[in-house]
Design a protein around this ligand. Structure first.
Ligand code: ADP
Ligand code: ZN
Ligand code: ZN
Length: 666
C-alpha cells in the first residue's frame, strides 16, 4: 500500500495522509493536484507533497483513498513546496493557508487546464543609454554582488533606477535566466509595464490580483511550460509563481508596507520572502528605493547587504524645493481657506496658468473622516467597530473603513433631533469639491480606494493625467509612489499630521518615506519642482531633514531611539492577536496568555493591550507584543508560541476565540 501526504486549503496544521489506489500509482506525483474527501466536505482539492509507504500509526485514524488525480504533470515545483513550508514555519500559520494564498483560485478547483501554444518571436532588446552616474551605479551593483547576494540601491527620486533595472534584466535574460520584478502596488504596474514592454515585448508577463483568475492561472501554467516568461512583473503574490531558472529578483520601492500581507494569513512580507527565494535558487537580489526601510538600510550599513547610492537625478534636474508652510501660524491669523494655505493656492494658480500639473496628497479618503451634531456633539460611530463613521458625500452614506458597514446620513441628529450634522476634517472627496469651487476651470481627478474599484479605473485616471487631460490629481498614498509624469511642477502635502500622529513606533519612518516619495513626483524633467508642505509641526527635525533631503541623518537619529527602546531592527517583534465576541472573555484570555508567555519570555512580553482599533466586526481585540533579541533561538520561540496557542484554545472557556500571530509586523 502506498500513501501520499497532501496539503489542503485549511487553517489546520500539518499535512493529511491519503492512500493511493493502485490505478493512480504512477499518476499521483508530487506537485500534482488531487481530489480527496475531507471532513464533511464531499471533496476538496489539495496538492501532493510527499509519497511514502509508511502507514499512519494511530489505529483510530481511517486513511481514505485519493478520489482523483487532477493533473497529468505537476503544477507545483518542489522548490515551491519547500518555500510554502518555510513560510508556514516562519510566519506561524498553516501550510494550507499558504497554499490558499499561493494558488490562483482556478487552480484550487478541480478541472484540467491547458496552456495555449505561444509563438515566440523575439526582437533583440533595445536599451535607452545610461548616464555616467547610472553606468557607475550599474557597475557598482555588479561589484557588490560579488560579495553580497543582496544589494540595496538607494537612489534619489527620478535618478533613473528603472533604467538601471532594465539593464540588469536584459543582462540576466541574455544569460538565459528568469527575472522576477516585484512592485508594491497594482497602481504602478501599468506605467511600469509600458516602459518594460517597450524593451522586453513578449518576454514580459504581468501578475496581479486585479487580473481574472483565468489570466492568473494562465501565467502560472505558462511558467511551467517550455516557453515561460523571462520576466514577471507583479505584486506580492508573484513570489508564489513557479520559476525554473530564476537568476534575478528586483524589489522596487522596497520600503513599501504593501509588501506585507496583513490579513488573512499568511502574514508574509513578500520582500523578505523574495530575498530568501532568490538565495535558494542562487539568484541575485536588488532592492531599490529612494527611501530605504530602516531594516534594509541597517542590513546594508552593517555589511549584510551591499549598498549602492545614486545621489543625482537623471538629466541633472534638481531635487524639488520643499517649502514648509506653518499652518498653526496661518490659522492664528485666520488665513487658511479650509485645508488650503494662501501659498498653496497661489502656487497652484500659477502652475495652472503655465499649463503645468499638480499633485495633492491627503492621506484620508471619503468626504469627512467624522461627522458631528453641531448642537449636542453627537458623533455617529460604527456599531461593530471602535471608530467614527466616515462621510461619503457622493453616495450620501456614512461608512466604516474597517468592516464596510454603511448607513444613510441621518436627516437629523438622533440624540437632540437638530438637523445640523456637519463633517469634520478633510478627506480626498471634500478636497476635490473645494478645489472645483476654487478653480472652476481646472480639470480635477481623484485617486483613492473609492475611485479605483475596477481594474481599468486607475489606469484611466493615470492615463488622463499622463496625457494632460487632467490638471490636478488629488489622492491618498496611491499618488505618492513611483509614478513618473513630466509636467508636474507642484506637489502639495495637505497635512503632515495625518501621518505623524499615528500611534506606532514606525510613524516617523513612514511619514518621511511618504512625504519624500510624493515630493519626488515634482519636477522630474525640466525645471525644478516645488513641494508645498503644510504642517502644524513646522519645527520638527524630521521636517527640516525632509527639506534638505537628509535621509542619512534622519535614519541616524531615529536609530538611536530604536536602539534605546529595543525596536526593530535591533529586535524581532511577534504580535499575538486575540479576538472574541465577549469583552469579559477577551480580558481573561489575554491576561492568561500574557502570563503563560512570561513564564518563558519574561520581560520580553509587553501587554496585553488594546490595539488602536480595539473592536472590529463585533470582535473585541487584544494583542501581546513579544520583543526578541537576535541571540534568542527563533525556532524554539516559535514552537513555544504555537504550543501556548494550542493550550489556550484547548480550554473550553476560550475555545471560540481566534488567536493568531503576526511575525515582523508592519
Ligand atoms: P526613479 O525610478 O529613480 O524614480 P526613473 O527610472 O523613473 O527614476 O527615471 C526618471 C525619468 O528619467 C524617467 O522618465 C526616465 O525615462 C528618465 N530616464 C532615466 N534614465 C534615463 C536614460 N538613461 N535615458 C533616458 N531617459 C532616462
Ligand atoms: Zn445633536
Ligand atoms: Zn465597522
Amino acid at each position: 500500500m502506498s500513501f501520499a501526504d497532501v496539503i489542503l486549503p485549511v487553517p489546520l496544521p500539518g499535512l493529511f495522509t491519503y492512500a493511493v489506489p493502485p490505478a493512480m500509482e504512477s499518476t499521483a506525483q508530487v506537485g500534482c493536484r488531487v481530489q480527496v474527501p475531507f471532513g464533511t466536505r464531499q471533496s476538496t482539492v489539495g496538492v501532493i507533497v510527499r509519497r511514502h509507504q509508511t502507514p499512519v500509526s494511530d489505529p483510530k485514524v481511517v486513511v481514505k483513498d485519493i478520489m482523483d488525480v487532477v493533473d497529468a504533470a505537476p503544477v507545483v515545483l518542489p522548490a515551491q513546496l519547500a518555500l510554502w513550508q518555510w513560510i508556514s514555519d516562519y510566519y506561524l500559520c498553516s501550510v494550507g493557508e499558504v497554499f490558499k494564498a499561493a494558488l490562483p483560485g482556478k487552480l484550487k478547483k478541480r478541472g484540467k487546464l491547458m496552456v495555449s501554444e505561444r509563438q515566440l518571436a523575439y526582437d533583440t532588446m533595445s536599451l535607452p543609454l545610461l548616464s555616467p552616474a547610472q553606468s557607475n551605479a550599474l557597475a557598482a551593483i555588479h561589484e557588490q554582488w560579488q560579495q553580497h547576494p543582496v544589494c540595496l540601491l538607494h537612489g534619489v527620486t527620478s535618478s533613473g533606477k528603472t533604467e538601471i533595472y532594465t539593464h540588469l534584466i536584459a543582462e540576466a535574460i541574455g544569460r538565459g535566466e528568469q527575472v522576477l520584478y516585484l512592485l508594491p502596488e497594482i497602481v504602478l504596474t501599468g506605467q511600469l509595464t509600458e516602459r518594460l514592454r517597450a524593451v522586453f515585448g513578449d518576454r514580459l508577463g504581468v501578475y496581479h490580483s486585479k487580473f481574472s483568475d483565468k489570466e492568473r492561472a494562465e501565467v502560472w501554467l505558462r511558467q511551467l511550460s517550455d516557453a515561460p516568461y523571462d520576466l514577471i512583473v507583479g505584486v506580492r503574490s508573484s513570489i508564489f509563481l513557479p520559476f525554473h531558472r530564476l537568476g534575478l529578483v528586483i524589489v522596487d520601492e522596497e520600503h513599501e508596507v504593501n509588501f506585507k500581507q496583513q490579513d488573512p494569513a499568511p502574514r508574509y512580507n513578500a520582500r523578505n520572502v523574495a530575498v530568501l527565494m532568490a538565495a535558494r535558487s542562487g539568484a541575485r537580489t536588488l532592492l531599490g528605493t529612494a527611501t530605504p526601510s530602516f531594516e534594509s538600510f541597517y542590513n546594508a550599513r552593517t555589511g549584510k547587504y551591499g549598498l549602492v547610492e545614486l545621489t543625482e537625478r537623471y538629466g541633472q534636474v534638481q531635487l524639488p524645493d520643499v517649502e514648509v508652510i506653518d499652518v498653526k501660524e496661518l490659522r492664528r491669523k485666520r488665513l487658511m481657506q479650509g485645508p488650503f494655505s494662501p501659498q498653496l493656492l497661489e502656487g497652484m494658480r500659477a502652475a495652472l496658468e503655465a499649463g503645468e500639473q499638480i499633485i495633492l496628497f491627503q492621506n484620508r479618503r471619503g468626504y469627512a473622516p467624522q461627522v458631528q451634531c453641531h448642537v449636542c456633539g453627537w458623533v455617529p460611530r460604527c456599531p461593530h467597530c471602535d471608530v467614527p463613521l466616515t462621510l461619503h458625500k457622493r453616495t450620501g452614506m456614512l461608512t466604516c473603513h474597517y468592516c464596510g458597514f454603511t448607513t444613510p446620513v441621518p436627516e437629523q441628529c438622533p440624540a437632540c433631533e437638530t438637523p445640523d450634522l456637519r463633517g469634520h476634517g478633510y478627506g480626498t472627496e471634500r478636497i476635490e469639491d473645494d478645489l472645483q469651487r476654487l478653480f472652476p476651470q481646472a480639470r480635477i481627478a481623484r485617486m483613492d480606494l473609492d475611485t479605483t474599484r475596477t481594474r481599468t479605473a486607475y489606469e484611466q485616471i493615470l492615463d488622463d493625467f499622463a496625457h494632460a487631460r487632467t490638471d490636478i490629481l488629488v489622492g491618498t498614498q496611491m499618488v505618492t509612489k513611483g509614478l513618473d509624469f513630466e509636467r508636474v511642477s507642484i506637489v502639495g502635502i495637505l497635512s503632515a499630521e495625518t501621518m505623524l500622529n499615528q500611534p506606532d513606533f514606525r510613524a516617523y519612518e513612514r511619514a518621511y518615506q511618504m512625504m519624500a516619495q510624493v515630493a519626488g513626483r515634482a519636477g522630474r524633467r525640466r525645471q525644478r519642482g516645488r513641494v508645498l508642505l503644510q504642517t502644524l509641526s513646522a519645527d520638527l527635525t524630521l521636517i527640516r531633514q525632509l527639506m534638505t533631503n537628509d535621509y542619512g541623518q534622519f535614519y541616524h537619529e531615529q536609530m538611536l531611539e530604536r536602539r534605546e527602546f529595543s525596536y526593530p531592527p535591533f529586535t524581532r517583534l511577534v504580535m499575538m492577536y486575540m479576538k472574541h465576541r465577549s469583552a469579559d472573555t477577551i480580558d481573561t484570555l489575554s491576561r492568561d496568555a500574557a502570563q503563560r508567555l512570561r513564564v518563558v519570555f519574561g520581560s520580553r512580553v509587553l501587554g496585553p493591550d488594546e490595539p488602536p482599533l480595539a473592536r472590529i466586526n463585533g470582535l473585541f481585540i487584544r494583542r501581546i507584543v513579544i520583543k526578541m533579541e537576535p541571540s534568542l533561538s527563533f525556532s524554539q520561540a516559535r514552537q513555544f508560541l504555537l504550543q501556548t496557542r494550542g493550550d489556550l484554545l484547548s480550554e473550553h472557556f476560550y475555545s471560540s476565540a481566534h488567536i493568531y500571530f503576526d511575525v515582523d509586523p508592519l
